[in-house]
Ligand binder design. Structure first.
Ligand SMILES: [Fe+2]
Ligand SMILES: [Fe+2]
Length: 191
């Protein structure tokens, strides 16, 4: 999967500057540029497992969310939609490292890159870590924090999570839309 990383980064920054007008945005984008957000994969092998996969996945989720935002009974502010989707997975910054493995290609052993998990900021939660990291630089509205926090849906499976996530989806259309857009970007695009 060949991506033009600098073009993709510029597209991400352009959308941020176009849709988000909030104090702290520049500091957040600055940080994303310093860590590996624009070069990181989206996972080790499940989806977007290549350089730039994380940024591409974030843009995919943003686009899917735009397409399904009409399902919300009340209009979703463009700024909130951009914030929740573009930054939902910033917890994956500084999470992966590249290792080289021997693989036989066309009968010859070659060194091929492979991603492994090397968590440098263990936080004990996926969405909650993204909320913390975004909020460190830029204040989130409750609806945006809930959307980022609950974007994984019911996958942790505890009764409390199921109850609270259900409630969040009922209360905040953006939270459900972010979750569904994340699933669509992950499972339908097959990147
Ligand atoms: Fe995620
Ligand atoms: Fe995601």
């Amino acid at each position: 999967m060949e991506l033009n990383l600098s073009e993709q980064k510029q597209r991400f920054l352009d959308i941020c500057h176009d849709k988000i007008h909030r104090e702290g945005l520049d500091a957040l984008l600055d940080w994303l540029g310093k860590v590996d957000f624009f070069e990181a994969p989206a996972s080790t092998k499940y989806h977007g497992a290549y350089a730039g996969g994380l940024c591409q996945h974030s843009l995919d989720v943003y686009e899917y969310a735009q397409k399904i935002a009409f399902l919300s009974p009340t209009p979703i502010p463009e700024e909130s939609l951009a914030i929740a989707t573009l930054f939902h997975d910033v917890c994956k910054c500084n999470l992966y490292k590249t290792e080289y493995r021997n693989q036989k290609i066309d009968g010859e052993w070659q060194q091929v890159p492979a991603y492994t998990v090397d968590e440098r900021f263990p936080f004990g939660g996926h969405g909650s870590k993204s909320v913390y990291q975004v909020q460190y630089f830029m204040k989130l509205e409750p609806v945006e924090a809930s959307a980022i926090n609950c974007h994984m849906g019911f996958s942790d499976g505890s009764a409390t999570t199921v109850r609270d996530v259900s409630k969040a989806y009922q209360e905040y259309s953006l939270a459900w839309i972010t979750h569904v857009a994340d699933e669509a970007a992950t499972y339908l695009l097959k990147r």
